[in-house]
Design a protein around this ligand. Structure first.
Ligand SMILES: Nc1nc2c(ncn2[C@@H]2O[C@H](COP(=O)(O)OP(=O)(O)OP(=O)(O)O)[C@@H](O)[C@H]2O)c(=O)[nH]1
Ligand SMILES: [Mg+2]
Length: 467
């Protein structure tokens, strides 16, 4: 049996295409504020692993429903013949220019698609919708009404009272903000429309839930790979003989930072693609959290761990023992300087050497010198990268494909950062991976371990509040 298909129908500009986009996980569906955006039917199959689970059909809105109903009523004989009259209506008007939109939207319904009738629950109910509902009823196809509240006002109760007279199932479904669970639940409800759809749609719901878990794993893998590369990355430059390294430091540091910024951008893009957001744009602006520069350490308190927490993860101890951090280098750490104050000393000195990008001159075995920037020794750096990645993912995961606005983020309240919320034991285990990444190029084993540790954080973040 072919996968169930549903025609999304209704008045113009009520969010039909938005519902198609959200339920088909497809951001190529055209959505626009003006009525009349969709002019032809188009099918959007929802594929998982190459298999079509169900198909959504986007349709134009009714334009002349009352006139169409009048035509149909004039030819009414018995209730048993209602469907034939609707078929006769489409046959009589197809291509004549008289009822183009009605013919277009009724065609998939008459071909056996289930009906999803969409209304806007933020505007009052009016009798002008009755002709549309009546025509749909005459097709005899199984149908469900979806109340999509586009604006603020709440007219859901009156809509429900009216819709229940025409549709077996009436649901409130916000096309733009519906969380994943709500979408899956709706899919299961579609299964109630027709007995033979119950099993395939139940199966589709399970496939989507499994797929979601795989998505989290792929995201965790992307994030682990990104952190691995960012922590171990260095930029270097062979110095001309007798050159003054100072002349080259600034450029090299810039190159180093740019490469890391670019790697983070690439990581975000990959995560967006894993979620099927092909065209997600991020709004540029200094106030947006996600657009804060990676190296803007004034904001690191928001992303990373504080000194006490770093010590608690074992980061500092490991660094001391392993000699990974130059003890006693003067000057405040870019991060810890802001936390601890300008005077850093005593017990905190070992944490204060994390200047992120400081070029060093190395002697080459066969003569000559190399100026190198990175890999960073800053203990907080991977935590900051992780915090930013978790935050970004939470925003992307919570987004429907109908949401076409830029990805903007409020700076929100100062609560615990994403990484501060990680249970201590897991944090320590993650830090062990970070330490191994700091000590050399990322190997498959440590990335696998890091991925495994990140999966639950990715999953929880996508369900939790974004603050
Ligand atoms: N805030 C909000 N806006 C919505 C929602 N659903 C749709 N919109 C907006 O309403 C407008 C129309 O949405 P479409 O999905 O294009 O509506 P349509 O019914 O397909 O419109 P036509 O194809 O022109 O008949 C767009 O600007 C959408 O962004 C919603 O649930 N919430
Ligand atoms: Mg449309």
């Amino acid at each position: 049996m072919s996968a169930p298909s549903f025609a999304v129908v209704g008045h113009p500009n009520k969010g039909k295409s938005s519902i198609v986009s959200t339920l088909a996980h497809d951001d190529s569906v055209r959505i626009a504020p003006e009525p009349g955006t969709t002019t032809h039917c188009r099918s959007y199959p929802m594929r998982v692993d190459g298999r079509v689970q169900y198909t959504l059909i986007d349709t134009p809105g009714f334009q002349r429903a009352r006139r169409a109903l009048a035509w149909i009523r004039e030819r009414e004989t018995t209730a048993a013949a209602h469907r034939q009259v609707v078929e006769a209506f489409v046959d009589a008007h197809r291509g004549t220019g008289a009822f183009d939109d009605e013919c277009e939207l009724l065609a998939p319904v008459l071909a056996g698609a289930g009906i999803l009738y969409v209304v806007d629950g933020s505007v009052p109910y009016g009798p002008e919708y009755e002709a549309e509902m009546e025509i749909l009823r005459w097709t005899g196809e199984p149908s469900m009404a979806l109340i999509n509240p586009i604006g603020e006002a709440d007219h859901v109760a009156e809509w429900r009272a009216a819709l229940q007279q025409y549709f077996k199932i009436v649901r409130v479904f916000d096309a733009v903000t519906a969380p994943f669970e709500k979408r899956v639940e709706l899919l299961r409800a579609f299964g109630q429309l027709r007995e033979e759809w119950r099993e395939p749609l139940e199966a589709a719901a399970r496939v989507l839930e499994d797929e979601r878990r795989r998505v989290y794993e792929r995201v965790a893998r992307e994030v682990a790979a990104m952190i691995g590369q960012m922590v171990s990355y260095s930029a270097s430059l062979r110095l001309p003989v007798a050159a003054d390294p100072k002349l080259y430091e600034g450029t090299l540091e810039q190159e180093y930072k740019d490469a890391l910024r670019e790697r983070e951008r690439k990581g975000r893009r990959a995560v967006e693609l894993v979620h099927g957001h092909r065209a997600l744009e991020r709004r540029e602006g200094p106030v947006e959290l996600l657009d804060q520069d990676l190296f803007s350490t004034d904001h690191w308190y928001f992303w990373g761990l504080d000194r006490r927490q770093l010590v608690a993860t074992g980061a500092a101890g490991g660094a001391l023992v392993g000699g990974a951090v130059d003890i006693g280098v003067g000057g405040a750490s870019l991060l810890l300087g802001t936390l601890v104050g300008a005077t850093v000393g005593g017990a905190t000195a070992f944490l204060s050497s994390g200047r992120l990008a400081r070029a060093r001159v190395l002697s080459l075995p066969l003569g000559g010198r190399l100026l190198r920037c990175g890999p960073t020794r800053d203990l907080n750096f991977p935590w900051v990268v992780l915090g930013r990645a978790l935050y970004h993912h939470a925003r992307v995961a919570g987004r429907t494909h109908a949401d076409r606005g830029a990805l903007t983020l409020d700076s929100g309240e100062r609560g615990p950062s994403w990484v501060e919320r990680i249970p201590r034991e897991r944090r320590t285990a993650i830090e062990r991976c970070f330490r191994r990444l700091r000590d050399g190029a990322p190997d498959a084993e440590v990335l696998e371990e890091l991925t495994r540790l990140l999966v639950p954080l990715i999953e929880e973040g996508s369900a939790g509040p974004v603050a």
